[in-house]
Design a protein around this ligand. Sequence first.
Ligand code: GRG
Length: 305
Amino acid sequence: MNISEEIARRASLIDAGIDRLLPPASARPQRLHAAMRYAVQGGGKRLRPMLVIAAAELFGRRRPGQPAPVLDPMPAAVAIECVHTYSLVHDDLPCMDNDDLRRGRPTVHKAFDEATALLAGDALLTLAFELIGRGYPPDPGHALALELADAAGSRRLIGGQVEDLLAERKAGVTPEELAFIHLNKTAAMIEASLVIGGLIGVGTAAQSQSGKDIEVLRRAGRNLGLAFQIVDDVLDATSDTATLGKTAGKDAKAGKTTSVSLHGIEASRKSALDLSEMAADEFRKLPGAAPFLVALAGTLSQRIK
Ligand code: GRG
């Protein structure tokens, strides 16, 4: 498999799903819907929706005589990207990270205005649950909604963001505090992407092995998520704004505690490699040994080699 081509192929399918499932920019109020589309359609690696679809495919393929997967993972994949994008739009606001550049373009509050950015983020978060509600029958739709609510909620994504903001205002952030931030601000949504994909793939015909497979996906997501944040920290310290499409060098400038500031670049690189290898080891336990997910985990740490 040529992993770069495969990632590009999958990203363009996801882009088509996003285009289909987001309200049209012409819907009233046009400014709000244009801002939602601007935020979601302005690039992005599409890692999380890719994880949803790849995890769903693993189980769909296992059922003899049925095309994979039985339930369409696209609405959930787009829902995950909507939640992720809302978190980026809000994080970029002046009251949080105050950034002008995201995905190589002006942030939503710069391209529109602060109130529109805030509301576009709110609307993307709400749309995510609508997509799950419309896209799936109660079983497994109910479980998908709970998984997403947990990952996006006050104990995980929002909780991680709050502790991150608090940590910026104090000295002496401990490794334990940083681990909480990474596990929740970053890993929660990556973990949920894989679990939601797995639940869709397993569908209603749950098999005795499925519970174990979902736990494997959860562990893989946690390790992949932690690796992903360390890679993000290393790139912030070593790459440039043009390559990243967002402001580079922000962490050091803000005196922020990161994996790089606590452990240094080399130790961070090694941790990211080890964690993505641990994620790949989990993926190898899944049906068909999950070659796309194993290769995807490999590309992650390649970004900082
Ligand atoms: C506002 C509730 C709330 C949360 C904000 C996403 C976020 C939490 C903060 C942004 C800063 C940051 C470093 C978050 C960690 C997760 C992360 C690395 C996000 C960027 O994800 P990518 O690289 O972005 O997948 P693209 O643009 O490719 O989708």
